[in-house]
Design a binder for this molecule. Structure first.
Ligand SMILES: Nc1ncnc2c1ncn2[C@@H]1O[C@H](COP(=O)(O)OP(=O)(O)OP(=O)(O)O)[C@@H](O)[C@H]1O
Ligand SMILES: Nc1ncnc2c1ncn2[C@@H]1O[C@H](COP(=O)(O)OP(=O)(O)OP(=O)(O)O)[C@@H](O)[C@H]1O
Ligand SMILES: [Mg+2]
Ligand SMILES: [Mg+2]
Lengths: 222, 222
């Protein structure tokens, strides 16, 4: 369902070029449960942003469901990002002026649900991540792990077929982290494709496939 | 060197009160190497902010080096925060408009060093955390783990006697995380007091004392 063909992402800084990703080739099948690991700065978040259509490659092609993403118009891209793909950001990227419930409701506007239904779906999602009693809190009134869980709830709320999670348990204690991993496994068992960046071998140990990045290349894929 | 006596931190939200910390009593001696653990939302960051004099308690007293922090004037508090205490924030709190080097240099202005010396000290600190080749990058041009390491370098650059680190290896792979732990251990062996919030048992396993928080209380202290 996801295919990267000779994908590179370079950053040009004066006379230097930083090869965040360099000639990456990978295919991920529908319904797979894949972990992406690698040292800090090895290109994991860069790869996730490219797959999530939040960034465009310097070279190479990205296919989502057999479609070349560079050939899609703005409307189809928006559909991909909002309806088909759920993205949990490494830094959460919550909107500071909205509370938890409003943050989780934002992707539902795209799906066209009426207000009352959006509120219901979002409340459910927040209860699923254990934040039923924090719905009216704004991000700066929440702990790190609570913000992370709101980012997760928001990514899942549109029931997307592809979930891209950039270190989704990084700010969580082991018990809460376990609950979140159970949630991702349940979603994967429903046929969704789950790709998760993680530094935690406990997390990658539960994934069927582990891709290791190093300096912008795929070092290992097992 | 750090003492909390019946410290509480409450948040009043309409008709609710959230007891982020509730009647906490703890004494941490000079040169100790203490881990603080507990579930997401249990009050760890709240406790760190109170100890770091970045927040004031709703009740109770906080003593740093035997001084009651509520009795200090603005100048003495600024000295504490800038010179005596180094704080690594859970969300890094880097300044977006400055590059890595400038971010690490900011605490040195307080110490009154001339520009060239500040630059030198900051460059050293960045090399110590493996970011010698990222000095001119701004935070949005850096990976999550790179931002975390800049936050660490900035916290250590004034050679403070108390280091408060809120999940300092949360965004790091195990190898980079090990290097950072070695750095903290080296600092602790020089007599600095190190208090580290962590979810990682590998990290807390290296600390001589582990304090467990739960719902704003100390559940265990060993
Ligand atoms: N806008 C940018 N300009 C220049 N370099 C960048 C930019 N964004 C990222 N980089 C560099 O690209 C490399 C890969 O970054 P990326 O965020 O993908 O790493 P990562 O594997 O997610 O790391 P981490 O585990 O620390 O989050 C890093 O070395 C980073 O410094
Ligand atoms: N400004 C605020 N207003 C209301 N509640 C708050 C505020 N700040 C924090 N809280 C609440 O206080 C509790 C403790 O927060 P704290 O950030 O100390 O948790 P934590 O132990 O650091 O969690 P984590 O491991 O997730 O980072 C949380 O339940 C949080 O929702
Ligand atoms: Mg990353
Ligand atoms: Mg915290």
């Amino acid at each position: 369902v996801i295919e990267l063909t000779e994908v590179s992402r370079y950053y040009y800084m004066g006379e230097f070029v930083i090869k965040a990703l360099d000639n990456v080739n990978v295919r991920i099948g529908t319904g797979e449960y894949t972990a992406i690991m690698g040292p800090s700065g090895s290109g994991k978040s860069t790869m996730m942003h490219l797959v999530g259509c939040l960034d465009t490659p310097t070279a190479g092609t990205i296919y989502i469901d057999a479609e070349d993403t560079s050939a899609l118009n703005e409307e189809d891209l928006a559909y991909l990002r909002n309806a088909k793909i759920g993205f949990v950001f490494q830094q959460f990227n919550l909107l500071a002026k909205m509370n938890a419930l409003e943050n989780v409701m934002t992707p539902l506007m795209y799906a066209g649900y009426p207000m009352r239904r959006r509120k219901e779906i979002a409340e459910n999602a927040l209860e699923q991540v254990g934040l039923g009693d924090r719905m009216k809190h704004r991000p700066n009134e929440l702990s790190g792990g609570q913000k992370q869980r709101i980012a997760i709830a928001r990514a899942l709320v549109n029931d997307p077929s592809i979930i891209l999670a950039d270190e989704p348990t990084g700010a969580l204690d082991s018990v809460t982290g376990e609950q979140i991993m159970d949630l991702f496994e349940k979603i994967n068992s429903q046929g969704k494709t789950v790709i998760m960046v993680t530094h935690d071998p406990e997390v990658s140990g539960r994934c069927k496939r582990v891709i290791n990045l190093r300096d912008g290349h795929i070092a290992e894929d097992r």
